[in-house]
Design a protein around this ligand. Sequence first.
Ligand SMILES: [Zn+2]
Length: 234
Amino acid sequence: MKITWLGQGGFLLESQGQRLCIDPYLSDLVERRQGLTRISSWIPEIADIKAEHYFCTHSHMDHFDPETLPVALEKFPGSKVLGPLSVVGKCAEVGIDGSRVMEVADAYDLGAFKLTLTPAYHSDKASRGVIVEADGIKVYISGDSEYRDSLVADVKKCAGGDLEAVFICINGLFGNMNYEDAARVVKELAPKVVYPMHYGLFAENTIDPQPFVELFAGSAIEAKIMTEGEAFSL
Ligand SMILES: [Zn+2]
């Protein structure tokens, strides 16, 4: 599975010639509407997020971007959006044709990618995380979530087996767990590798990922910092 971090909670996953894009945010809508200053070093272009499927974990603008998704769907005929109920509602609100929106489900078989939605605890109550299975491995992408004692058990149940990698939010603000809680979750999930995410997009909502990485010193779990736009393989 080839993975490119798009910044914040956004990813492009590639496997067997198929592409799955998660939570793409290309516009500066949050800055214009909410005043959060964009600081990311790389902003993907629409061509960079070409995919057959777009999965949005929830309806907030840094995950469901009303100025990105309709443009991508227009540019890439046949592509579809999937996500929880709040995402389906936003699709209707921004005029996305219902035939381009896949029915709400707890699991999706997209061919190269098998998705199992996990619980997430966020101000958008419909928010979900996701287990993505491709090329014989499983990864967990947390989406936006606060810490809960039940989170580890929830995710383990959805994963139904070993996780190769975890991508977890660490910013500790606006309804997201802090880096110490995120590290506790990851240690209990025991993947081979963890990548911190959901930082570095906005000046007012970011954190240095290094202290999170240092919590894994001497652990069997490798903690790695991603570079936006730089693809890597699992
Ligand atoms: Zn977010």
